[in-house]
Write a new protein. Structure first.
Length: 129
């Protein structure tokens, strides 16, 4: 994979790439959106804790596929309010901190999810040789 962050456009706001090129023949993994639910249906309070649980769920999906965070090429995240952006970003920054090559990333504010207590949802795309 090749991360693409052209000098001709503004650098990313955080630890992400503007684009990621995946070579032909790579195994691709697409996750469904993950909510902050634990296996026992426990839902932590606050956006940062829910985002951390979302990322833990993504780690489990990666592991099951024989992949790691380094294979993630794109993250799409959704929060229900601008007030939740800081909590999400703290969890996201912790999750990608050790990655030398960050994924492409998008964060959107949405009006809500299926239950009002859900504050964050995250989906990913990963690719491995």
């Amino acid at each position: 994979m090749r991360r693409i962050t052209p000098d001709a456009i503004r650098p990313p706001f955080a630890h992400y790439a503007h684009g990621v090129e995946v070579r032909a023949g790579a195994r691709m993994l697409f996750s469904s959106g993950q909510l902050g639910l634990a296996p026992d249906d426990a839902l932590p309070g606050g956006a940062e804790a829910q985002a951390a649980r979302c990322f833990a769920n993504l780690d489990a999906i990666l592991s099951e596929a024989g992949m790691t965070r380094a294979d993630v090429v794109r993250l799409n995240a959704f929060v229900t309010d601008r007030a939740h952006m800081a909590g999400y970003m703290a969890a996201r920054d912790a999750w990608v901190a050790a990655l030398a090559e960050p994924p492409a990333s998008t964060l959107m504010i949405v009006s809500g999810f299926t239950r009002p207590e859900f504050l964050v949802e995250i989906e990913m795309v990963a690719a491995a040789e």
